[in-house]
Design a protein around this ligand. Structure first.
Ligand SMILES: O=P(O)(O)OC[C@H]1O[C@H](OP(=O)(O)OP(=O)(O)O)[C@H](O)[C@@H]1O
Ligand SMILES: O=c1cc[nH]c(=O)[nH]1
Ligand SMILES: [Mg+2]
Length: 218
């Protein structure tokens, strides 16, 4: 399994990350969602370099141009809620992709809020057989939501290649993907943070991505 961590090189992604992490800046939801979307757009561009391409003759008003275009049957799969602005970033770049949506939310199963259960309640997807599947979700904390989302999607076909894309990953989350996803899965992220606190939040992370995008929930 390959892990591509964009924080290891200097790029404008780091500036967007700084804004999203900054506790005094992150509370403007419009800016937060927009930054999640922009990180999605930039990762999408880099990820597009891994697709298969074929040369096509494109007829212009003045002649014929040979252009290499991607041939992958792309599906963008997203986990509600926090995945939505990230998904939009990918869709801005891969506008011809098919789309899959799955809901997975974490809920504490004990009073001390140290154990989380994951609920999957909604799935809408095209046929996934022989596709290049990108599952995009800003947070890869324990990896449980990503695994449950993937398993729900797998009931609708076997992708040819899977990319897991997040904004912040953790070593635990990455290990979890290593154990539960195909060996040739690639993980793309804007940063890998050291770990999780006792409530299974990424530290330092940026807090609850869903709440920062859309406000609190009961
Ligand atoms: O790796 P995990 O430990 O499973 O955590 C990651 C999940 O947590 C967040 O969703 P959350 O459950 O907060 O739902 P929300 O998007 O509705 O806020 C995030 O968007 C991931 O789906
Ligand atoms: O830190 C975290 C962990 C899971 N989900 C979030 O939104 N934030
Ligand atoms: Mg949340």
């Amino acid at each position: 399994m390959k892990v591509i961590d964009f924080s290891k090189s200097n790029s404008i992604i780091n500036k967007y990350m700084a804004e999203m992490r900054d506790k005094d800046y992150q509370h403007n939801r419009l800016l937060f969602r927009n930054n999640i979307m922009r990180v999605g757009e930039l990762i999408a561009y880099e990820l597009s370099k891994t697709f298969d391409y074929e040369e096509r003759d494109i007829v212009t008003p003045l002649g014929v141009s040979k252009v290499s275009v991607p041939t992958d049957r792309l599906v963008l799969g997203t986990i509600f809620r926090a995945g939505l602005p990230f998904h939009q970033g990918f869709l801005n770049i891969f506008d011809h992709a098919a789309n899959a949506f799955v809901s997975a939310y974490r809920e504490y199963t004990d009073e001390a809020h140290t154990k989380v259960g994951i609920h999957v309640e909604y799935l809408a997807t095209p046929d996934l057989n022989d596709t290049t599947l990108l599952i995009v979700d800003p947070m890869l904390a324990t990896g449980g939501s990503m695994e449950m989302g993937y398993k729900a999607l797998l009931t609708k076909g076997q992708p040819k290649k899977v990319h897991v894309v997040c904004v912040i990953a953790t070593p635990n989350g990455i290990d979890h993907i290593r154990k539960t996803f195909p060996e040739d899965t690639t993980i793309w992220c804007a940063a890998v943070d050291p770990g999780l606190n006792e409530h299974k939040y990424i530290v330092p992370g940026f807090g609850d991505a869903g709440d920062l995008c859309y406000g609190g929930k009961i």
